[in-house]
Design a protein around this ligand. Sequence first.
Ligand code: SF4
Length: 441
Amino acid sequence: MNSYQGKTYHVVTYGCQMNVHESEKIRGVLSRLGMNEIDDIESADVVVFNTCCIREGAEDRAYNNVMALRPIKEKNPEKIIILCGCMPQQKEGKYKLKERLPFVDIIIGTHNVNQLDQYLLKYAINRERIYDIIEKPIGSLDNNNCIRDDKLNAYVNIIYGCNKFCTYCIVPYVRGREKSRTAQDIYNEVKDLVQNQGYKYITLLGQNVNSYGKDLKDKMSFSELLTYLCTIEGDFKIKFMTSHPMDLGDDLIKVMKKEDKVAKALHLPVQSGSSRILAKMNRHYDIKHYMSIIKKLKHAIPNIALSTDIIVGFPGETEKDFNQTLKLLKKVKYDQVFAFMYSKRTGTPAATFEGQIDDKEKNIRLNKLLRLQKLIQKDQIKKYFNKTYDCLIRHINGVAVGITDGGKEVYIPNYKYVNQNYFAKVKIENIRNHKLSGVIK
Ligand code: SF4
């Protein structure tokens, strides 16, 4: 029995899938202390802000939302507010959190969030504010029972940190160097999720999954890990993110093609269509290399769904560079593009580069790119006609719907529905009003 037994908590998450999953683990920790999750941030006894600092907007949002809790904390000093994650881990963050958020009770970073229960127990005894940012990780939150919201897709971390140091990116500074989990650990978690908890998708997570295993004593490549996980019995698919083009080799393409359990979808961030800008970004590849991977992927897996990340307005990006990015989109014809304006991150090399582009221009370029991608996606729908896709069959609003690996919905009219959630091949026979319909083969 501890003093948190029966109390309530609420977790607010900012940022990427890694953070979403970290919050699932944080919820597991709080529940094990005997606490119950509630939706109402104002009445929760403990509120955790799991923050992100990849872009300025994410930081501003988190800071403003924490500030909004100040009057509530003043009325109810017993309420415990915790700030953790990437924002406090920054050396030169925009906000001086320790000084500017004196009403926040516990501030910890990315490397010690796995000690959250210990910090809470310490706080319950001393009632003294805790500010503890450490430089190196002291374990992880893996192998704890995390609380997942999604009942179909489960995130599983395979590698933490990043060694790449892209010049615009703050991640290596706040998440540290690459550290892989052992294959056995991952295997056990995936097996449990599939066989005991009924998950249909497993999404393996890492800043750069292709770097998996390089730091392990018993070296194992990412493609070998995938092959190993595919030996788990069950009706499920494996997705993964994020891949780095420099580390994506032919071995991975081979495994993606061969293994039915590996989803035929790939998120491969290009960031820019200009090799000159890619060099300034320290991405370690040029467009020729990137396109050679795309060509191999499309050749090996004709039905593959491709998505990417793009940064517009990187320092020094000219109209010509930007047009090369547009050209690349037309050439690759991605199924989805996640595009962002370059966001200056203090402490990264690009923040001091000459040729910073103003927000107005960045915005113009972003909108132009998004308009183009919308047209491409509209046109892309044609490619589905008469093709057969592996789909997860679901029952949505009384209708059977197949979901492709790339997330496209295919209606299956007149299908006598038997089970919920299983994989089957669906042939697409109709496209009307940008909606797909087909039959189970
Ligand atoms: S690969 Fe580059 S963009 Fe991705 S996390 Fe590492 S440094 Fe950041």
